[in-house]
Design a protein around this ligand. Structure first.
Ligand SMILES: Nc1ncnc2c1ncn2[C@@H]1O[C@H](COP(=O)(O)OP(=O)(O)OP(=O)(O)O)[C@@H](O)[C@H]1O
Ligand SMILES: [Mg+2]
Length: 145
């Protein structure tokens, strides 16, 4: 079984959301996933990364977002981590349409939940947030040249 581990750290600027999307699209393209699955992975990753930048770091640009991808045994694991403000009540934050920002829809976690097979959120105030998402795929990753 072919495995793969990728770690990316980047500044908390909105431009890097597209970088994260590109990375997951490339990795997803190497797995036995449909184009629709890949689109969903891109949405899930960009929602988690956007949350880290917008909420975790409150749009302050000189902070670091961590994105880790792991492919082992037909399972893709995506971890998005920030060392920002943290979430006081994770259960409440994950409710559909809940947002601390009245301008927002409060749907980021809803997308992550519905597009991924598993979603786990660990958070501590003033320490940060770790979002772990898992997706199963069918076959051995194909090699691309
Ligand atoms: N990394 C994070 N750090 C701190 N707070 C967070 C983080 N991620 C989410 N939250 C909190 O959880 C709430 C819900 O997040 P969610 O992504 O579902 O909605 P949203 O970001 O408010 O709106 P949308 O994603 O639709 O633009 C946010 O409003 C915010 O208060
Ligand atoms: Mg969001």
């Amino acid at each position: 079984m072919k495995s793969n581990q990728i770690s990316l750290t980047f500044s908390s600027i909105p431009e890097n959301v597209s970088l994260a999307r590109l990375l997951i699209a490339s990795v997803g393209g190497q797995l036995d996933l449909s184009l629709n699955d890949i689109e969903e992975l891109k949405v899930a990753v960009s929602e988690a990364v956007s949350n880290a930048i917008i909420h975790g770091y409150q749009n302050v640009p000189n902070n670091i977002v961590y994105l880790d991808l792991d492919i082992t045994n037909n399972l893709l694991t995506i971890v998005v981590k920030d060392e920002g403000c943290g979430i006081s009540n994770v259960e409440q934050a994950m409710q559909p349409a809940y947002s601390t920002d009245p301008e927002r829809m409060g749907l980021g976690f809803v997308f992550m939940q519905s597009f991924m097979d598993e979603l786990q959120v660990k958070s501590a105030l003033e320490e940060g947030t770790i979002v772990t998402m898992k997706k199963h795929f069918k076959q051995t990753p194909i090699s691309s040249h």
